[in-house]
Design a protein around this ligand. Structure first.
Ligand SMILES: NC(=O)c1ccc[n+]([C@@H]2O[C@H](COP(=O)([O-])OP(=O)(O)OC[C@H]3O[C@@H](n4cnc5c(N)ncnc54)[C@H](O)[C@@H]3O)[C@@H](O)[C@H]2O)c1
Length: 427
């Protein structure tokens, strides 16, 4: 079998998962043959890692405007898209038009117009677009899927889903390009695409009606000032006044962050360490949404971005029982000898309550690597020979459906009205 040739667009933080997999674990199946980005420093850093850590040759680098030339010169089979969200559609569409397949990071794109363009191009060209929904592959999320699919709680009537981002990870969205809704679609699209995809996947259904309310209440200058907090800096690296700010980061503290962002700023002016209590944030930090699915299941969902711990709770009520899944991803709860607290703080608890039967704790075996081994399972599925998890693979329809809930919620935030999802794009 000949090796597939891959090119990668967007050589920031997320790119590493893909190039590392190709450089280390899937050398026999595929080969990364070129890099593309708007920023030469980040491409050079990626090459440095490939040479020094993986013993590979330097790859040719192409600026964004030379994307088409890169496809021609390398003869690439597949384009991996890990650039910032608002640019995904450019590369997905150009790759499909050039007869290439695509693996894209989530969210597939950030608005309904671009989403429609991707749907139309994917259908017309018949090429493959895979969206890398790694959460599907996480063992606890897969276990929920299996209980529901096997009829373990009968027909699912309602879902209650709460996601919490903490003041480390959650705050990070307010430092980076994500803070501008034009770049990310806001967290309803950028972040919740994962969660809405999970619900579509768990229920094997699609959103029909969405109603939501969202606001910026915690981050941003105006909110901070209302709480009597004034932070007189726009960014935080090497800023003396920011040293005591628990929300401040210093990019020079981490060699990777320094190389990827601080040393690369002279090219594009992108600052990865903006003050979360500064001006210019156009995304929400507090979001509540109700969704009715085509199969009549109704979900209540919330996303909070300034929580003391990170993780989620989700419960399903069905005709034959209930499932509860609690996942504490990070916490600053000090166990202090209280074993329950420790288990709850760090762990994953999955309960299955059959309607008239014995409740049971469903064992969840976590794997190595990100998302409980989910990232590795997904990489094996994408790059390996086995195609190990075809049931978990997400295509452009899944990519579209998962952002439509968020795009509808964004519209509902603005209008105060419910949104009919079928009016957003045409499949
Ligand atoms: N599935 C996950 O768990 C997960 C985790 C992190 C990031 N992501 C996704 O990965 C993508 C990249 O995120 P990141 O954290 O690496 O961001 P990043 O800021 O570290 O990297 C983004 C890269 O895109 C480049 N870029 C910007 N404009 C471009 C353009 N017009 N053409 C080509 N390249 C351009 C930037 O120069 C940068 O190198 C995002 O879509 C994000 O949603 C997914």
């Amino acid at each position: 079998m000949s090796k597939k040739k891959y090119v990668l667009v967007g050589t920031g933080a997320r790119a590493r998962m893909f190039y590392e997999a190709l450089a280390r674990d899937y050398r026999e199946h595929g080969e990364l043959v070129a890099l593309c980005d708007t920023n030469q420093t980040r491409m050079d850093y990626t090459n440095k890692v490939l040479v020094e850590e993986f013993g590979l040759e330097q790859l040719p680098t192409y600026k964004a405007e030379d994307f088409g030339r890169m496809l021609d010169e390398t003869g690439a089979d597949v384009v991996i898209v890990t650039s910032i969200d608002r640019t995904h559609h450019l590369y997905i569409i150009a790759a499909l038009e050039a007869g290439r397949d695509v693996i894209t990071e989530k969210p597939m794109t950030t608005d309904v117009v671009k989403c429609q363009q991707i749907i139309d191009t994917a259908k017309r060209t018949g090429r493959s677009v895979r969206v890398t929904f790694n959460y599907r592959y996480a063992p606890h999320n897969a276990a929920v899927h299996d209980i529901i699919a096997s009829g373990g709680i009968g027909e699912v009537f309602s879902v209650h889903f709460e996601w919490l981002l903490d003041t480390k990870h959650g705050a990070d969205y307010f430092r980076r390009w994500h803070r501008d809704k034009r770049n990310s679609g806001g967290l309803m699209v950028h972040k919740s695409t994962h969660h809405f995809d999970l619900v579509n996947f768990w229920l094997q259904s699609q959103p029909q009606t969405v109603f939501g309310m969202g606001d910026l209440r915690f981050y941003g200058r105006a909110n901070a000032e209302e709480r009597g907090l004034f932070t007189p800096y726009t960014r935080t690296t090497e800023v003396q006044a920011a040293k005591a700010d628990p929300f401040a980061i210093d990019l020079t503290d981490s060699p990777v962050q320094k190389s990827l962002y601080w040393d690369a700023e002279h090219e594009d002016g992108y600052q990865r360490d903006q003050n979360v209590f500064g001006d210019g944030i156009s995304i929400e930090d507090t979001m509540q949404v109700m969704v009715r699915y085509q199969n009549r299941t109704v979900m209540t969902y919330s996303l909070n971005t300034y929580a003391p711990w990170e993780g989620f709770n989700v419960a399903f009520n069905g005709s034959k029982g209930r499932i509860e899944l609690m996942v504490r991803e990070t916490s600053y709860i000090n166990a202090g000898g209280a074993s329950d607290a420790e288990g709850a703080a760090k762990g994953i608890q999955l309960y299955h309550f059959p309607l008239h039967g014995e409740p049971r704790i469903v064992p969840v075996v976590m794997g190595e690597g990100g998302h409980g081994g989910g990232d590795n399972r997904m990489l094996a599925d994408i790059f390996g020979a086995a195609n190990s998890g075809a049931a978990f693979a997400a295509d452009f329809r899944d990519g579209a459906m998962s952002i439509l809930t968020g795009l509808a919620a964004n519209r509902s935030f603005q209008t105060g009205l419910p949104v009919n999802v079928s009016e957003l794009v045409n499949f």
